[in-house]
Design a protein around this ligand. Structure first.
Ligand SMILES: [Zn+2]
Length: 477
């Protein structure tokens, strides 16, 4: 459970930063075992959205790890103590040995080097990492006795972080994520926990207990979790709901609790879908606890899952003037969902409805578990060449090709940018989904003209309307 401590640390690290500023150079000092280390004149350290990014050569020269760079695949491999990390430029999913993990910020290409997230890498190899926000100092401490297994037992740097009990958590259900959209709470989990739901008053609330469950290592990288494993989800614009809280309610026996705080008494229905990767859906649109008619995609309506790429600490591409891809993606998805409300034959579910993070596999699992009829992932692109510009639509499976052609026609029309065509792309969310699925790359944030256009209200409205037209044409509605 060492990684858990890491995600908590990471979270504190992000929280204490004053603002989600733009990449700023030279703001951070790095101290390794009492000595300051520097990256050299040409390759400054950057602070991207609260994550300190350092040149790859610093990892090799100062930490002494074996570093390999593959120019063709833009892959960085870092090895030490028989452990291997693989990171790809502009990709937030990375691998630790054979396990997929999500990086707080994807590796970035700079003129003559690649920047990688320092804390993530240091923690993976068992270093203790601390952050002094006032003085902008990162302190790294090499463990006295290198742990040959997982690096467990390295200190938490005296930051007062409570590590979860080190008891055996195998066999427990893992809670991977939570989202709230369309008046529905959706909890993503892996395991066989059977949720218990109850209504309580004074104040009005709905309590969902998940016996035999705990938060997975990755939960904390997407959602807020304090040192005592409590957190809350930002819920705005829903008149019934004042907030959602969650906690590791008990460790003996293990229980995770979610609480929906209500502004007034409200009925709900609960549904659990999926096999090993499950979704618990608590629907506040229901009139009674027996009512399932308002679950998404019921009564013959077509169900579209809209996926705003990235979120929270994962900003996605960063534009030439510092604008974040995650914000563009979310804006498009919210505008599209708003337009789809008027379509009585189409239901829509969002993988995320605010600036939170969801793992790729949970995005795909959500669409699969809901038996969605269509999956659309919204993104904007970036390239090391600022000249790259234009609109692309990606499919991964043959079954998605027809949808890709239809969507692309409307997308190109809407953006008015260069037509870069319908393309094959082996992206997780469009590969692992079971329904027709496309990934839209509206334009290039690394291109000045594209970035400016993509962040205008006019273009965003056109893209949202174009997506709706594409959905309707594809379904023949
Ligand atoms: Zn993206």
């Amino acid at each position: 459970m060492k990684k858990f401590a890491f995600t908590l640390l990471l979270l504190l690290f992000v929280i204490v930063l004053p603002e989600h500023g733009q990449a700023a150079s030279g703001t951070s000092k790095i101290i390794l075992d009492g000595k300051e280390i520097t990256a050299g004149q040409n390759a400054p350290v950057e602070n991207v959205n609260g994550t300190v990014m350092v040149p790859l050569r610093m990892i090799a020269e100062n930490l002494g790890y074996k570093v390999d760079w593959n120019q063709t695949t833009k892959t960085v491999t870092i090895e030490q103590q028989g452990k291997s990390l693989k990171l790809v430029v502009n990709q937030t999913s990375a691998s630790v040995d054979d396990k997929t993990v999500i990086l707080p910020v994807a590796p970035l290409l700079r003129s003559d080097t690649t920047l990688v997230p320092l804390r993530f890498i240091a923690e993976q190899f068992g270093l203790s990492v601390d952050w002094d926000n006032t003085q902008k100092i990162v302190t790294l401490i090499t463990p006295q006795i290198p742990d040959s297994n997982t690096g467990s037992g390295s200190g938490s740097g005296g930051t007062g972080v409570v590590t979860p009990p080190s008891g055996n958590t195998s066999g427990l259900t893992m809670i991977n994520g939570v989202s709230f959209s369309e008046n529905r709470l959706i909890i993503a989990m892996e395991g066989s926990s059977v949720p218990k739901i109850s209504k309580m008053s004074g104040p009005e609330r709905i309590v969902i207990d998940l016996p035999g469950a705990t938060f997975s290592d990755l939960f904390g990288s997407g959602q807020e979790l304090d040192p005592n494993l409590n957190g809350k989800l930002a819920v705005t614009d829903y008149p019934d709901v004042s907030g959602v809280r969650y906690s590791l309610f008990s460790t003996d026996p293990y229980t995770v609790r979610f609480v929906i705080d209500l502004n007034h008494a409200k009925n709900y229905s609960m549904e659990v879908t999926g096999d090993t990767s499950k979704l618990v859906i608590v629907d506040l649109n229901a009139q009674s606890t027996e009512d399932t008619a308002t679950l998404p995609g019921a009564s013959g309506r077509k169900l579209v899952v809209l996926d705003a790429g990235h979120g929270a600490k994962d900003s996605g591409a960063v534009g030439v003037t510092g604008k974040y891809e995650k914000n563009f993606n979310l804006a498009i998805v919210l505008k599209t969902a708003e337009l789809l409300k008027k379509e009585s034959n189409i239901d829509v579910v969002l993988t995320r409805s605010d600036d939170t993070f969801l793992e790729l596999k949970d995005r795909a699992a959500m669409a699969n578990n809901l038996n969605a009829d269509m999956f659309i992932s919204v993104h904007a692109n970036a390239n090391s060449s600022s000249a790259a510009s234009g609109t692309e639509t990606y499919y991964q499976r043959e079954a998605s090709k027809a949808l890709a052609n239809v969507m692309h026609k409307y997308l190109v029309q809407a953006t008015g940018l260069k037509d870069r065509g319908v393309r094959y792309g082996n992206f997780h969310v469009i590969r692992e989904t079971k329904m027709p699925a496309v990934l839209l790359e509206a334009g290039y944030l690394s291109n000045k003209g594209d970035e400016a256009a993509l962040f205008t209200e006019a273009l965003q409205n056109k893209v949202a309307a174009g997506i709706v037209s594409g959905i309707k044409e594809y379904f023949g509605l």
